[in-house]
Design a protein around this ligand. Structure first.
Ligand code: NAP
Length: 256
């Protein structure tokens, strides 16, 4: 992406956001002369963090709506920097890019890997996680996001400590305590939380990244089992990069 004169139109990059990496990428792109960056947010969080460049909020209306938006706003490239579990928007972005010919790349942070001392129980879905929980413990720290709680709502015996950024909506399990908090979290803080609430099993999605990894270290230190929900697969044929630097390099190659 070479700098352009003030008269020439700026190269418009759409970042599908909602993650730390999306904010970092938008900041890097906004600092480049000749680049216009728009970050798209779903609008799930009432007060999103500060964001460089332009921001638009709300769904596009499926893959077709997104394709229309790309054409109408003369988008030169799309970076899908959404959360690894936001499979719907990722599928739509892949289809919209294919339909319009707009180059696209997925910025997907690497998943977490178990270390010696970990007691991980990988599963493919929240429903499978809910099926396993009663075998592993009675006091559950649930960090799978407020939108996935319905999968656990039928579990009447365990006590759940649910941590989310925004208040969760019903249906919830009957014995639920809600903790509103936004990362990053520290290992000491997570250990103290697990002890204070006498947690005996942790449930998490394999979100990856540093901001919420401390709970895994804390669980290892306290020898607690962890139910880890695996990521949904990426759509076929998409190009994925692991970090902001690689996404910028990819854009440089794609846009010349
Ligand atoms: P999803 O299931 O993949 O998306 C559902 C619908 O929400 C999409 O079809 C799209 O609506 C709209 N949408 C999602 N992300 C959007 C974006 N960045 N800009 C505009 N519209 C968007 O997504 P989700 O799992 O509900 O996640 C929503 C947002 O929260 C994502 O941006 C994601 O990065 C962020 N987030 C998700 C998680 C998680 O665990 N899933 C965790 C942290 C942050 P239309 O079809 O109308 O376009």
């Amino acid at each position: 992406m070479s700098p352009q004169s003030p008269q020439s139109p700026r190269t418009h990059v759409l970042v599908l956001g909602g993650t730390t990496e999306a904010r970092e990428l938008a900041a890097s792109l906004a600092a480049r002369p000749g680049v216009r960056v728009t970050t798209s947010l779903a609008g799930r969080v009432a007060r999103p963090r500060e964001q460089a460049g332009e921001v638009r909020t709300g769904g596009f209306g499926g893959a077709e709506g997104l394709a229309d938006w790309l054409r109408a706003h003369a988008v030169a490239a799309v970076v899908d920097a959404t959360h690894p579990f936001a499979a719907g928007i990722t599928a739509h972005a892949a289809r919209a890019a294919a339909a319009t010919g707009v180059p696209a790349v997925v910025l997907r942070r690497p998943g977490w890997r178990p270390r010696p001392g970990d007691d991980w129980h990988p599963v493919d879905s929240l429903a499978a996680a809910a099926g396993l929980v009663p075998e592993l413990g009675r006091r559950v720290f649930l960090t799978t996001g407020r939108l996935g709680l319905a999968a656990f709502a039928h579990l009447t015996a365990p006590h759940f400590l649910v941590r989310s950024v925004e208040p969760p909506e019903p249906p919830l399990p009957p014995h639920t305590e809600v903790l509103l908090a936004r990362g990053p979290f520290t290992v000491d803080g997570e250990e103290a939380l697990l002890r204070e609430h006498r947690i005996d099993v942790l449930v998490t999605k394999d979100s990856g990244g540093a901001a919420t990894a401390a709970k895994l270290v804390a669980a290892r230190n306290l020898a607690l089992p962890v139910v880890v929900v695996r990521r949904p697969p990426l759509p076929e044929g998409v190009t994925a990069v692991p970090d902001v630097e690689a996404a910028l390099a990819h854009l440089d190659r794609a846009l010349g």
